[in-house]
Write a protein that binds this ligand. Structure first.
Ligand SMILES: Nc1nc2c(c(=O)[nH]1)N[C@H]1C(S)=C(S)[C@@H](COP(=O)(O)OP(=O)(O)OC[C@H]3O[C@@H](n4cnc5c(N)ncnc54)[C@H](O)[C@@H]3O)O[C@H]1N2
Ligand code: MOO
Ligand SMILES: [Mg+2]
Length: 429
C-alpha cells in the first residue's frame, strides 16, 4: 500500500518551518567585504556630518556685512589675505574687507559667514597683494554647508538587519567602521540524489541527465544571502545516502537535498529521515509545482527535501528555505515580496492546488504585469531563466484569464514581505 500523504496549505507549511528559526550569529568583516551582507548592529552617528562648517563652492570666504554696500556701479574690494584648500585650516581671524580664497570642502575661516562663488568675483593683483571685488551684497549664511546639516550626532542611521548596499558602505566609512558587524552567513549543505545524475562536465549517456538542481540551488542559496557547502551527487543507494546525510548534518546549519521525496521505489528520503531519527514537519503541500516538498527536523536542525523536478525544486527553495535564511540575517521581512499585478496572458489550466507559475513581472504604463516565463511543467528548466516572479494562482475549478488581478512574489527583490500568506486574494477582474 502506498502511503497517503495529507496536503497542507502553503502558509501552514511555511509557518511550521519558521518555528525552527535559529539564533542569529554575529561576525566582523572588513569594510571592503561588507557589501551584500546584513548589518548585525544598529549604527548611530557619533559625530555631526559635516563635522565643521565648510564651503560648498570654490570662491572667496568673506564677512557678509562687508559686502552690504556693493552694487554694479560701486563694487566693493576685498584684500585677499590667504588661501585654503580642502583638508586644511585657516588659522587667523578674518577682519574688515578681508577675504580668503577658499576651495570646495574647506572649513570656513573664523570671522567669515558667507562664500562668494569664484564666477561672481573679479580678482586682480596690486603691489604684490591680491584683491577681489564683488558687485552685489551677500546675506550671512550664503553658501555655507553647516556642521550637522547632513547627519546630526546621536541620530540612528542604520538598523540591525539593514542590507549593506553601496550607500550603506559609504555611511559605514563615514563613521569609521573599518570592521563591520554583520550576521554570519547561514551554512547550507546541498546533496543531489538520483542514479540518473551526471555532473555538468560529463557527456550525456542513455537514460542519464545532468545534475542541474544542485547548481541551481547553490545559486539560490547565495542569492538568499547564505553560504553553500556542496557534498556532491549520490546514486539512489539508501545506506550511502544515510551516511552522507549524517556527515553533512555535522557541518551545516541547514541541509538541502534534491530528489527522492516522492513515492517511487528509489525515493529514499522518507527512509533516510526515519533512519536518522528526524521528524517530518510535512511531506505534502497543496501547491504546484513542489507538492512533494518535504521538511524534517532533527535536534532543531532543518532538512529540506526538495523535489527532483527542477521547477518544483526551485519553488520549494524560495517558499520554504529562503525565509529562514533571511531571518538568520536579521530580516524582519524574510519572505518573498508580494505585490499585485495584472495577468498578462490566459492561464486556463485549473488545479485544486495553488499554483506558483514562474513568471516575468514588469511595469507597463505604471502597472505591474505578470506573464508566465515559459514551459510550465514541474520538470521544466527553461522557464526558470527569465523568471523574476512567482505568479500565485490560488487553487480552484476555474482557470485564469488575461487582465485578472493576481498576487506575485518577487524573486529578485531585497525588501521582502513580513508574511505574504494572509489574504492571498483569489483573482478578480
Ligand atoms: N505516483 C506518483 N508519482 C509521482 C508523484 C506522486 O504523487 N505520485 N509526484 C510527482 C511529483 S508532483 C513530483 S514533483 C515528482 C517528485 O519526484 P522526487 O522528488 O521523488 O524526485 P526524483 O524522483 O528523484 O526525480 C524527479 C525528476 O527530476 C529529475 N531530477 C532529479 N534530480 C535532478 C537534478 N539534480 N537535476 C535535474 N533533474 C533532476 C529526475 O530525473 C526526474 O525526472 O514525482 C512525481 N511522481
Ligand atoms: O511536486 Mo510536483 O512538483 O507538484 O509537480
Ligand atoms: Mg521520485
Amino acid at each position: 500500500m502506498v502511503e497517503r500523504r495529507e496536503p497542507i496549505a502553503v502558509g501552514d507549511a511555511v509557518q511550521r518551518v519558521m518555528e525552527f528559526a535559529f539564533q542569529e550569529k554575529i561576525e566582523f568583516v572588513p569594510l571592503l567585504q561588507a557589501h551584500g551582507r546584513f548589518l548585525a548592529e544598529e549604527v548611530a552617528a557619533d559625530d555631526d556630518v559635516p563635522a565643521f562648517n565648510r564651503s560648498p563652492y570654490d570662491g572667496y570666504a568673506i564677512r557678509a556685512i562687508d559686502s552690504q554696500e556693493a552694487n554694479s556701479e560701486d563694487p566693493v574690494t576685498f584684500h585677499v589675505v590667504g588661501e585654503i584648500g580642502a583638508g586644511f585650516l585657516f588659522e587667523k581671524e578674518v577682519g574688515f574687507r578681508q577675504a580668503v580664497r577658499i576651495m570646495t570642502g574647506a572649513p570656513i575661516p573664523k570671522g567669515c559667514d558667507a562664500v562668494v562663488m569664484l564666477e561672481l568675483t573679479n580678482s586682480f593683483e596690486e603691489n604684490n597683494q591680491m584683491y577681489m571685488s564683488i558687485k552685489r551684497s551677500f546675506q550671512a549664511g550664503t553658501n555655507i554647508s553647516y556642521k550637522g546639516e547632513d547627519i546630526q550626532k546621536g541620530e540612528i542611521l542604520l538598523n540591525k538587519g539593514q542590507y549593506i548596499n553601496p550607500g550603506v558602505v559609504a555611511l559605514l566609512a563615514t563613521f569609521g567602521y573599518d570592521q563591520v558587524p554583520v550576521f554570519r552567513k547561514t551554512i547550507v549543505g546541498v546533496i543531489a540524489t538520483g542514479s540518473e545524475l551526471l555532473e555538468p562536465s560529463e557527456s550525456l549517456q542513455p537514460g542519464k541527465i545532468r545534475n542541474s538542481n544542485a547548481y541551481m540551488i547553490m545559486a539560490q542559496i547565495e542569492r538568499a544571502g547564505a553560504t553553500v557547502k556542496y557534498f556532491g551527487k549520490f546514486s539512489d543507494n539508501l545506506n550511502q545516502c544515510i551516511e552522507v546525510v549524517k556527515k553533512a548534518l555535522q557541518e551545516v546549519d541547514i541541509l538541502i537535498t534534491t530528489g527522492g521525496v516522492s513515492v517511487g521505489d528509489y525515493d529514499y528520503l522518507p527512509a533516510i529521515y526515519e533512519a536518522i531519527g528526524a521528524n517530518v514537519l510535512f511531506n505534502k503541500v497543496a501547491m504546484r509545482p513542489g507538492s512533494v516538498t518535504t521538511v524534517a527536523q532533527r535536534d532543531g536542525q532543518l532538512l529540506f527535501g526538495l523535489s527532483g523536478n527542477p521547477s518544483a525544486c526551485y519553488v520549494g527553495f524560495e517558499l520554504f528555505a529562503r525565509p529562514i535564511i533571511r531571518e538568520a540575517q536579521g530580516s524582519k521581512q524574510p519572505h518573498l515580496r508580494k505585490e499585485r499585478a495584472v495577468l498578462g496572458s490566459d492561464f486556463k489550466k485549473a488545479n485544486p492546488f495553488t499554483r506558483f507559475v514562474r513568471g516575468k513581472a514588469f511595469y507597463q504604463n505604471g502597472q505591474l504585469v505578470a506573464l508566465p516565463s515559459g514551459f510550465d511543467k514541474s520538470s521544466a528548466v527553461s522557464s526558470l531563466v527569465e523568471a523574476n516572479a512567482l505568479i500565485v494562482l490560488p487553487g480552484g475549478s476555474r482557470g485564469y484569464e488575461t487582465g485578472m488581478q493576481v498576487d506575485v512574489l518577487l524573486l529578485e527583490d531585497l525588501q521582502g514581505s513580513e508574511w505574504p500568506w494572509n489574504n492571498i486574494v483569489k483573482s478578480y477582474r
